[in-house]
Design a protein around this ligand. Structure first.
Ligand code: SAM
Length: 282
């Protein structure tokens, strides 16, 4: 059987494009930043406007059209939260930054046993490998543990890979570059003998689990405190003091604090300044 009536071809109806409401309410963005500050200490109050716009771009990239939804999504997805933190915390770092500190450390090691060094934060590893390089060149051995921690998981992945751009290694003397790096494409990768001495770990310095890392003879905390307000800086410096061995040294970036932290004495040398524990007034 076939129909006498010819069926009319039905054309697919094209749906009119849905109109999306885009509404970025800065008061909700502020609330998101308050939560981030509570968890990671990151204080964007002084760069609020630009950070709100960064949040906006981040939301749009994920097809999220209002901050309320963004806030809910960050709370329900650890992956999204990590990605947001990675976006917010991209920081500049390079080999042999504030080099004088490494010379202070090398001299300190002539008189004191150093078995554990912490880089908090390590970002993509340049600081950790700079320390290894510098000390290896001076002492021809690496007989200490060095750990780099950070909350930027992308940076930590790069640290583990240990391959860097020309710009990142531009302050290294060329003989060190050829001795300790392999050329790969346009980049420079740290050779295995130094690379294997470094460990990297995701760790928020404000999290209680930070204490489980144990005591350190040396703590580098350079160019991170600028993200925090004075109260958080003080809180963190107290935490570091608890984790520093009695003969330990703390190195801060030269622009990191504008006060002498409680429980420390600041030492000045021609190579730069550093902090040791003081035992009075505690
Ligand atoms: C500018 S980099 C500093 C890297 C290196 N110390 C240097 O001086 O070149 C700052 C790093 O601090 C990290 N950071 C910010 N808040 C942190 C936190 N609460 N815990 C651990 N790392 C944090 C960021 O992810 C970023 O990678």
């Amino acid at each position: 059987m076939f129909s006498l009536f010819k069926r009319k071809k039905v054309e697919p109806v094209e749906e009119p494009p849905k109109k999306v409401e885009i509404f970025f309410d800065d008061s909700i963005a502020k609330a998101i930043l308050v939560e981030i500050k509570k968890e990671f200490g990151l204080d964007y109050e002084r760069q609020e406007y630009i950070t709100f716009r960064k949040l906006e771009r981040f939301a749009l990239k994920h097809d999220i059209y209002d901050f309320k939804k963004l806030s809910a999504m960050i709370q329900s997805s650890q992956t999204l939260k990590k990605e947001l933190i990675n976006m917010l915390t991209v920081g500049e770092t390079y080999f042999y930054r504030e080099l004088g500190h490494f010379e202070i450390l090398s001299k300190h090691m002539e008189q004191h046993r150093v078995s554990k060094i912490l880089c908090a934060p390590s970002s993509s590893g340049e600081e950790v490998y700079s320390i290894l390089l510098y000390l290896f060149e001076k002492q021809k051995r690496v007989d200490f543990d060095i750990i780099g921690i950070d909350i930027n998981s992308d940076a930590l992945e790069s640290a583990k890979e240990a391959c860097y751009s020309q710009r990142s290694v531009s302050k290294l003397p060329s003989e060190l570059l050829s001795r300790h790096f392999e050329k790969r494409g346009d980049g420079f990768c740290v050779k295995q003998n130094l690379k294997k001495s470094a460990t990297f770990k995701y760790q928020n310095v404000f999290d209680d689990s930070f204490e489980t890392l144990g005591k350190f003879d040396i703590i580098f905390c350079r160019n991170m405190l600028i993200y925090f307000n004075d109260n958080e800086k003080k809180l963190l410096l107290k935490k570091f003091r608890n984790q520093l061995s009695d003969n330990g040294i703390l190195f801060l970036g030269h622009a990191d604090i504008a006060f002498i932290p409680e429980g420390y004495t600041k030492k000045h040398t021609k190579d730069g300044s550093y902090y040791i524990k003081s035992f009075s007034n505690i």
